[in-house]
Design a protein around this ligand. Sequence first.
Ligand SMILES: Cc1cc2nc3c(=O)[nH]c(=O)nc-3n(C[C@H](O)[C@H](O)[C@H](O)COP(=O)(O)OP(=O)(O)OC[C@H]3O[C@@H](n4cnc5c(N)ncnc54)[C@H](O)[C@@H]3O)c2cc1C
Length: 427
Amino acid sequence: MLSLAGASHFSGSMALNKRVLLFIFQVIVCFCFFSLSQGNQQFSLRNLPPLQKASSFPATRPEKYDYIVVGGGTAGCPLAATLSLKYRVLLLERGGSPYGNRNVSYMENFHIGLSNMAPDSASQAFVSTDGVINARARVLGGGTCINAGFYSRASSSFIQEVGWDEDLVKESFPWVEDKIVKWPKIAPWQAALRDGLLQAGVSPFNGYTYDHVSGTKVGGTIFDETGYRHTAADLLAAGNPNNLRVLLHASVHKIVFNSQQGRLKPRATGVQFADENGRLHQAFLNSNRDSEVIVSAGAIGSPQLLLLSGIGPKNDLKNHKIPVVLHNKYVGTGMADNPMNSIFIPTKSPPRQSLIETVGITEAGVFIEASSGFGQSSESIHCHHGIMSAEVCHQSYLHHERLFVQEIGQLGSSKQVHQTIRKAAAA
Ligand SMILES: Cc1cc2nc3c(=O)[nH]c(=O)nc-3n(C[C@H](O)[C@H](O)[C@H](O)COP(=O)(O)OP(=O)(O)OC[C@H]3O[C@@H](n4cnc5c(N)ncnc54)[C@H](O)[C@@H]3O)c2cc1C
């Protein structure tokens, strides 16, 4: 398009020149808008590897990889990107692309995205066996495409508990932060929450910090100031596109193991996956001893895939007629979620929208967060809006006058707390 404008310029016509200049100006404005909407200027998405459909995988001459990463989510994308700097990597994601999906990219569509039940939605609704409505991601970028975008570093005690190398973890945080994390321009509702928490005794105020510390703080967010969401998929641009193959709509059905008899431990040799047309493919690891299939398919997807592949409690596997590869009584058991108690406060006019910016962390390990401006009318608040709906969240819709007495009153009896929240609710 630019070369066309250049060709017109040589015609010498004044009117044409004006049109050409206008066109060039529009191109520059569009380019600036695009760069800004991508947020962080030092990190460019230009290096993203091609995001290909799974059906493009060669059926006849299968390529071999050093690493096959199953699940292109919050963990899978940065893993695939960093491994690709040295190794050949295949990343398989069952969902589609987050780019061009307005429900993913714009904060204003957060609730719409979560309540979208279509089979190609980035958010897959499910109900736990206890009857709790929940959602999990089904898109490249995983949970970072459907979540509330709040960013915090893991606490030191958590890092020690899970046995990670603390120095390495601390070195790794800025790698992510520099690319996709921003400081929020704190919304009025979030400022009211901050003041309310402090008045209720959730102190000290730790200011703006990524660290997980007791008290009240403002944390990071993956939404930029225009409300555009940056996701783990963006991190793929930090990899080596020549070493990294990303397949979308690639649903991995099972991990394939070396079935050699007499081995103490079975060894993964590849995976079997279905493409967007339901056709099955196999991808293989090369024979390098360090080659691995990495399962990063989420809290539900990872144990599900292990079980389908024959790793889990042997009786359960036998009941489902799945050949046992490795007995492990823990796989697929002991699943727990954070209990969530929500309070909904109706307002006369919708406050500015915000997701999670301010957080109160109590010594007992309770997190208190708030979002604002869902734009729900008094009728729509009774409709099903997915995980964030008032109907779903334990019927906890209360009029704010009653709320002050019943709920906030338990946090602290200070008149000031009530006034601060009352002011924010009326704003
Ligand atoms: C509504 C909501 C709000 C949240 N808000 C926050 C927040 O503000 N801050 C925060 O820190 N956390 C938040 N979380 C939690 C956070 O998003 C998750 O803990 C995190 O994304 C999990 O990362 P993961 O890599 O384990 O899994 P995911 O990011 O879910 O990635 C797993 C990926 O694997 C893919 N997959 C699964 N099975 C297969 C298969 N068989 N083959 C191929 N691909 C497969 C999935 O499609 C998915 O993309 C929120 C979660 C939800 C649901």
